[in-house]
Design a protein around this ligand. Structure first.
Ligand code: SF4
Ligand code: SF4
Length: 284
């Protein structure tokens, strides 16, 4: 059986069509040249994936919104139809058209979607979600747990079918931001809220990042995760066999889902199983 590896890919794109006020990519634009470079790098990555001997699960974690770009839609389609790929997923605000999905293998395609209440009506967002259900695409729905979003969180949960998982990203920039009753409410919406509402102290701890999961940038440079900058090699020059190895975390803390899912002591593969990259627990 082929060894399975999770890949987090982040290209050079750093722009978005939305304007969330806490975000550095809000309404930022890339030039034509910047987009062409991002597209060429992405295409090289897609070609590389297709000749790998590993079974790959891929999560695109763009800085900004990538799925409004036709070349990311094409990449999702190609990868979902590739034998080397077990799963391909992407973080998106779901503002794109869903027509491109008709070319995808929906057994392998999944989406990590996020609702931004200041940028899109809830009706529009939910209708997009219903469109995904119609097209038989697995997806999770998330929202930032800001207090001003609580009404939207309640409404989102009410309007979506019960078997669609709604996650809430804890707002951790302000210590003690939540009251006990806020935490109770958010746990009712997202039974895994407490797991996210934690800043993990990780220095010296066992982490599968670098062993079963890697992060790749537009140049093909490989890091163990998005949060540790040491480059371990380059996919166009180095065999993954020589790079993948267990090693303790060298950072003091790990705050984000896409990092702490690799922390071995949490055993989160038991919670999410094969849908860990699209953030859907096995009981949904
Ligand atoms: S949709 Fe995401 S990337 Fe775009 S502005 Fe909002 S938070 Fe930033
Ligand atoms: S615990 Fe987080 S920061 Fe440390 S290696 Fe794992 S993913 Fe990276």
């Amino acid at each position: 059986m082929k060894k399975s590896i999770n890949i987090l890919y982040r290209g050079s794109l750093d722009s978005c069509n939305y304007d969330c006020d806490y975000c550095p990519f809000a309404k930022k634009k890339n030039t034509r040249q910047e987009l062409a470079y991002d597209r060429d790098c992405l295409n090289k990555f897609v070609d590389w994936v297709q000749v790998q001997k590993y079974q790959l699960k891929i999560l695109f974690t763009p800085w900004g919104e990538a799925l409004i770009r036709g070349y990311y839609q094409d990449a999702m389609n190609i990868l979902s139809n590739s034998n080397a790929v077990e799963k391909v997923t992407i973080q998106t605000n779901l503002s794109c058209s869903l027509d491109w999905i008709d070319e995808a293998n929906t057994d392998k395609l999944a989406l990590w979607t996020t609702f931004h209440p200041t940028e899109c009506t809830i009706e529009r967002y939910v209708s997009k979600c219903l469109g995904l259900i119609k097209k038989k695409v697995d997806f999770s729905v998330g929202i930032v747990g800001l207090k001003e979003n609580f009404e939207a969180i309640r409404e989102l949960r009410r309007l979506l079918p019960k078997d669609i998982y709604v996650w809430v990203n804890a707002y951790k920039r302000e210590p003690n931001y939540y009251r006990d009753e806020d935490i109770d409410f958010l746990n009712e919406i997202d039974p895994l809220f407490d797991v996210n509402n934690t800043i993990y102290e990780t220095y010296g701890k066992s982490c599968a990042a670098g062993e079963h999961s890697i992060s790749i940038d537009e140049k093909g440079d490989i890091k163990r995760c998005h949060f540790i900058s040491e480059i371990r090699g380059n996919i166009f020059e180095t065999s993954l066999d020589t790079i993948l190895r267990p090693s303790p975390c060298s950072n003091n803390v790990c705050r984000c889902y896409i990092g702490y899912i690799n922390l071995k002591e949490l055993n989160l593969e038991n919670v999410y199983g094969s849908r860990i990259l699209e953030r859907i627990p096995t009981n949904y």
